[in-house]
Design a protein around this ligand. Structure first.
Ligand SMILES: Nc1ncnc2c1ncn2[C@@H]1O[C@H](COP(=O)(O)OP(=O)(O)O)[C@@H](O)[C@H]1O
Ligand code: SF4
Ligand SMILES: [Mg+2]
Length: 317
């Protein structure tokens, strides 16, 4: 069943120099219980897409969409209400998500008090149980700690426990492993996978790292210049990419092996976010561009549920 249904989402931010088109046209259909990766170069609109779901766009930003629904509720009206109840955020910087001057016990309790009707003792037991569920070995000791006494990996587990404490069943994880060592990051991904299967969570995994897609995700959507240009099961997207941009991302991976590989540079850069785009936004960088690509929006191509936007015929992919 589709939990998140987003069609033609756009987010524009007015500035004195003109509108920034942070998100131009994003489609996302995410089923309950799925880890759905969103990948693309820096600046292509990944974070702003997640922020729109949380109702946290910059002041004055305009959100438009043909459909922007979470579990049947319109996010344009209800994002602030759903945030912290159904939808939680795991960000790149767990230290910034925690209050440096309050103990973990106090911070867990604040969340539980706000979201659960439980007496104090039961809240303490629940806080310890949630920390244990995130794989922290000595929850009582963690509860007595302050954030700076914990490693980055432990802090990220506390942030995940806090999200669980709210009762959230949909987590937006925005580059959750980028600030962590590779092996610690892999443990956090394994934790998220386990929580998805044990607790029926659904995760939107924002990343610029193809390894995160390969290791943790069931499906993936590729963003380019604020537009979703390819989506499908991870195996299809990685092994038979349809869009030349996805192929370029995969080709740009260093041969350093599967761990620690990041998106190396593709020649050229994404179009400026204030520009108007005619045709295919990738045309100036695309090795297979044709004259039509510069003038006409590309049509949808597909192999079953694997879909992408390109003027090239399916059999060219
Ligand atoms: N508050 C803001 N004001 C103006 N432009 C912004 C703001 N936030 C993001 N942007 C621009 O929107 C585009 C998309 O940003 P973002 O969603 O953060 O990309 P990503 O997460 O994929 O790196 C970028 O060009 C960025 O500079
Ligand atoms: S539409 Fe044209 S420019 Fe765009 S990705 Fe396809 S071939 Fe390349
Ligand atoms: Mg980002």
């Amino acid at each position: 069943m589709t939990l998140l249904d987003v069609r033609n989402l756009a987010v524009s931010i007015p500035t004195p120099e003109g509108d920034v088109h942070a998100v131009r046209s994003v489609d996302l259909q995410i089923a309950r219980g799925e880890i759905h990766g969103v990948i693309g170069e820096s600046g292509c609109g990944k974070t702003m897409t997640g922020m729109a779901m949380l109702g946290l766009v910059p002041q004055g930003a305009r959100i438009t969409a043909d459909r922007f629904h979470f579990d049947g509720e319109d996010l344009r009206e209800n994002a602030a209400h759903l945030r912290g109840r159904r939808i939680g955020l795991i960000s790149q910087d767990p230290a910034a998500a925690l209050n440096p001057v309050l103990s973990i016990a106090r911070q867990m309790d604040d969340v539980l008090r706000a979201h659960r009707d439980m007496p104090r003792q039961a809240r303490h037991a629940e806080a310890a149980a949630l920390l244990a569920a995130t794989g922290l070995p000595d929850p009582e000791k963690v509860l007595k700690s302050y954030p700076h006494q914990l490693s980055g990996g432990m802090q990220q587990r506390v942030v995940i426990a806090q999200a669980l404490a709210t009762g959230a069943d949909f987590l937006i994880a925005d580059e959750p492993t980028t600030a962590l060592d590779v092996s610690v990051g892999a443990q956090v991904l394994a934790l998220l996978r386990r929580l998805v299967s044990e607790r029926g969570l659904t995760v939107l995994m924002i990343t610029h790292d193809m390894d995160v897609i390969a290791e943790a995700c069931d499906r993936a959507t590729v963003l380019y210049a604020g537009r979703s240009v390819e989506t499908g099961p991870v195996d299809d997207v990685l092994q038979r990419p349809g869009h030349p941009y996805t192929r370029a991302l995969l080709a740009a991976l260093p041969d350093a092996g599967p761990h620690g590989a990041r998106l190396a540079a593709i020649e050229g850069s994404i179009p400026p976010p204030r520009s108007r785009i005619a045709g295919c936004a990738f045309a100036p960088r695309c090795p297979q561009a044709m004259p039509v690509c510069a003038t006409t929006s590309p049509p949808e191509r597909n192999r079953a549920i694997h879909r992408w936007l390109c003027h090239l015929p399916e059999d060219a992919a």
